[in-house]
Design a protein around this ligand. Structure first.
Ligand code: ADP
Ligand code: MG
Ligand code: MG
Length: 870
């Protein structure tokens, strides 16, 4: 098996094997672009590394060395040679881009002798020693895990001693001294000398990159982005080119279009006399790419031409990394750029208008999960006008965020766990902050440009971010920042407008997003291509109206018990649950009847005649009982009993296992009057609505939850039919209605053919189905699933992303069984999974009729359904 490929042996379609970076470097090489020579060790070698107990097999090591020789021949230089040494970078690259999550080592191949060779060859000892100290620093950080801070402190001390501000002001001797200090630091931490043999350095680095696939931030990023841990990373070994040789050198990052707005304008940043990491790490604030036009016009023109070619070639906006060595341009990376949802939609529409892509391709260009943030927040314009602007900086990722200031990711996590909303304020973010960033409302950094870690990561997450805010001074250790003489303390509220880069003092409320322009064009295309229908889970008129606005084609789940989540209404439910006698229960049920009819009318109206599935009440009783310590006087009076007796009744109702308890249709079996009442309310409401709107062909769908057996369904269906027919007769109405059931127990799925004889439709309740298939409590599992991710037993939360192997199998089986009896059986899914793009794709494949999800996820599901169909 071949584990290593030269750039010239690969191409852009080999992402799985070569990782995105390796594949695109190969593709650019084959396009004749200026790419420094190199080779890529495949992701399969990474998988082997883990299989072989975190070692690199001898035959793979031998193959790597064979390719080192090939690279030396191409480069005309040799690794470790004193006269004409080859230096390389060792770069990580997974199939899916995970910016900054894994490790890269630059300038590998240096030691005390090689550095002299470089100094002589380039006539530039400062450059040689700067490069050497960078290498020691990166190698120590990545391979040996010596914290970067030690090295940075040494540099700061050196700058202080010399009375200078910038790294670039340190001279060759200073760098030489730093090298000695760095080596001593390394030895102090590791207890061994810094390795001098380049081949040892190389193999150690390759291993470190493989290892970095499994570092905590990479694991977290994968979980957030649905990337399986089995993929592994490739390792690219590439000849170094140097942006730090002097003022005719530089390095930068650029996008073919603006990644924040989508505007068709070349966009980017660079640093003169610097090495790549300097730009992405946000250590110095870079210059705009437009300034390169002035500084090095020829390089700029060449770069622009390459960028344009790359965009046309990949038919998507490109994010490129480049380095200029003594006036010569080198391309170091290209990929489809990460972008905000707004930018994604604008770029997709523009590319169609430019004739570069089809409508289908445009639909595929937008990541559905990104729509979430887009659909949510904008500041209320009136409040915004009145608010005090603290500072203005780079609008790195749009959106509107408001929360309490925190200064580190740990505090962010603690506060969010307490239910607070936070804005993370940092000097600059580093990948270790990723978890804290993800849960923050917004991110504000003092340093770093649009391409800094904070900016890139925030845009990917759809989290508002403002960067490079030099107007504020964070007071280390005092938990506050200062701006214009004003002190903002930890816990104070600020608001960020990620679209304008403005930081405001205090709270500003937000309003919904504008759903027009590019958005509606793109969603129009999506609707044209998709086969799955999209419905919403909604029970309040407001939610239903929101869902309708977002394009829901009906409601797939009205959770009737949620209609009582109201201080007044919940009393009626409690009365019903706690009633001792049939008369008491009927009294409570009659109260509920009136409320239900009113609520159903409003929800049906909001959906404008589209289908609505109403689920009979399914209250796990513990969610409705009075909580401990609550005053029982009023409830007792209503039930004509004493608080003490009531307390006793509550204790008796207590269940050890409420989620498997007296809920769902079991309640209807014990107390048929509840199902009867709900049916009457549904049918009455439907008659009212259809009489008011003669042109609506509204058919209510009555859904029985938690069915496990045909006889159970038959019994309840009898009650429903009798109640419905009586109402219809009384109103002399010929309204149609349907009766179906949820498939949310494994038994119902396995007996789906039998149960289908009595059901007009099935809706897969994947929350409960997941809970019951795994035997994993939805309410408690989060607290211990963490260990499952850490130990790589689970890649994802099965309650967020459908478990295709187990739960999915039950759905497929039930679909086949059900349709074998009733070919027209209407099938849908109504769990949280209904809005998860991967799960939507599965539903499309299995052939369900619709997915139903929360209103804000309706557009996500529409887009995901279209992508599944293309
Ligand atoms: P990441 O995936 O974190 O972006 P990269 O492997 O792309 O990591 O490396 C980061 C930066 O290091 C690049 O943007 C580039 O500037 C620099 N770099 C990598 N390889 C080389 C090389 N062969 N010559 C010069 N600079 C390099
Ligand atoms: Mg990169
Ligand atoms: Mg359920």
């Amino acid at each position: 098996k071949k584990y290593v490929y030269l750039f010239s042996e690969g191409n852009g379609s080999m992402r799985e094997l070569l990782g995105g970076k390796g594949a695109n470097l190969a593709e650019m090489t084959s396009l004749g672009m200026p790419v420094p020579h190199g080779f890529t060790v495949t992701t399969e070698a990474c998988t082997r590394y883990y299989e072989d107990g975190k070692t690199i097999a001898p035959e793979i090591e031998a193959e790597i060395f064979e390719f080192v020789s090939k690279l030396e021949a191409l480069a005309g230089k040799k690794l470790g040679d004193k006269e004409n040494p080859l230096l390389v970078s060792v770069r990580s690259g997974a199939r899916a881009s995970m910016p900054g999550m894994m490790d890269t080592i630059l300038n590998l191949g240096l030691n005390d002798e090689v550095v002299e060779g470089i100094a002589k060859l380039t006539q530039n000892p400062r450059f040689a020693y700067d490069t050497y100290r960078r290498f020691i620093q990166m190698f120590a950080d990545v391979v040996a895990e010596v914290p970067k801070e030690y090295f940075e402190r040494a540099i700061d001390l050196m700058k202080q001693k010399k009375g200078v501000k910038q790294d670039t002001e340190l001279d060759a001797d200073d760098m030489k001294q730093l090298v000695e200090q760095f080596k001593a630091l390394y030895k102090g931490h590791i207890g061994r000398d810094f390795p001098t043999e380049p081949k040892v350095q190389l193999m150690e680095s390759v291993k470190a990159v493989f290892r970095s696939w499994d570092n905590p931030r990479a694991i977290y990023y994968r979980r957030q982005n649905g990337i399986p841990s089995s993929w592994g990373t490739a390792v690219t070994v590439q000849m170094m080119v140097f942006g730090n040789m002097g003022n005719d050198c530089g390095t930068g990052v650029a996008f073919t279009r603006n990644p924040a707005t989508g505007e068709k304008k070349f966009f980017g940043e660079f640093l003169v006399n610097a090495q790549g990491e300097d730009v992405v790490a946000g250590i110095r604030t870079p210059q705009s790419i437009d300034e390169l036009k002035q500084l090095m016009p020829e390089v700029y023109d060449q770069f622009l031409e390459i960028a344009t070619r790359l965009e046309r070639h990949y038919k998507d906006m490109q994010d490129m990394e480049f380095t200029i060595e003594r006036g010569k341009l080198f391309m170091l990376q290209t990929r489809n750029g990460k972008r905000t949802a707004q930018a994604a939609m604008k770029i997709a529409c523009d590319l169609v208008d430019e004739g570069l892509i089809t409508e289908e391709q445009a639909v595929l260009l937008v990541d559905p999960s990104q729509l979430d943030a887009f659909l949510h927040d904008q500041f209320n314009p009136a409040e915004l006008k009145r608010a005090k602007i603290l500072a203005t900086a780079l609008p790195a990722s749009p959106g509107a965020a408001c929360g309490q200031v925190v200064f580190d990711a740990e505090t962010a996590k603690e506060w969010v766990a307490e239910g607070k909303k936070v804005i993370l304020v940092r000097l600059e973010t580093s990948p270790e902050d990723i978890e804290g960033m993800h849960i923050s409302e917004g991110i504000l950094t003092v340093r770093g440009g649009m391409t800094s870690h904070a900016a890139v990561v925030a845009r990917g997450m759809g989290i508002c971010c403002i960067s490079s805010c030099g107007d504020i001074t964070i007071r280390e250790g005092e938990h506050c920042f200062e701006v214009d003489g004003l002190i903002v303390n930890e816990g104070d509220y600020i608001s960020l407008d990620g679209s304008t880069g403005r930081v405001y003092l205090g709270k500003i409320s937000t309003v919904g997003a504008g759903l027009s322009g590019d958005y509606s064009r793109l969603m129009g295309w999506a609707d044209k291509f998709r086969k799955l229908q999209v419905r919403a889970n909604a029970e309040t008129p407001a939610d239903a109206a929101q869902a309708y606005k977002f394009g829901a084609e009906g409601i797939g789940l009205v959770r009737t018990e949620h209609m009582f989540f109201d201080e007044q209404k919940i009393k009626a439910v409690r009365e019903m649950i706690l009633a001792k006698t049939q008369t008491q229960r009927q009294k409570a049920v009659d109260k509920m009847h009136v409320m239900q009819r009113e609520d159903f009318i409003k929800v049906f109206e909001a959906m404008q005649g589209q289908p609505v599935t109403i689920r009979l009440i399914d209250p796990p009783l513990h969610e409705f009982l009075p909580k401990e310590g609550e005053n029982l006087e009023a409830l007792a009076a209503e039930l004509e009993t004493t608080p003490a007796a009531l307390e006793k009744a509550i204790v008796e109702l207590h269940e050890v296992n409420p989620m498997m308890g007296h809920r769902g249709c079991r309640l209807a079996v014990s107390y048929p009057e509840i199902a009867k009442m709900q049916t009457e309310a549904i049918i009455e409401a439907a008659i009212t609505v259809t009489e008011a709107h003669k042109d609506w062909r509204f058919v209510p769908e009555i859904m029985v939850p938690l069915i496990t057996d045909l006889k159970e369904l038959k019994y309840i269906k009898g009650i429903i039919v009798a109640a419905a027919e009586a109402v219809l007769k009384a109103h002399d109405s010929d309204l149609k209605y349907m009766i179906g059931t949820m498939v949310e127990t494994p038994r119902a799925a396995l007996l789906a053919d039998e149960i289908a004889t009595e059901a007009d439709f099935y809706s897969f309740g994947t929350n409960d189905l997941t809970q019951m298939t795994f035997g994993l409590s939805r309410d408690d599992a989060a607290s211990y699933l963490g260990s499952y991710y850490d130990k790589k037993i689970f890649d994802f939360d099965p309650f967020a992303t459908l478990d295709l192997r187990g739960v999915g199998q039950l759905i497929e089986r039930a679909t086949e069984l059900g349709r074998s009896v009733k070919p027209n059986l209407k099938l849908g899914i109504c769990g949280e999974h209904g809005g998860d793009p991967a799960s939507v794709e599965f539903c499309h494949k299995v052939g369900l009729n619709y997915v139903s999800c929360s209103p804000y996820r309706v557009p996500i599901a529409r887009l995901a359904a279209a992508q599944a169909a293309i």
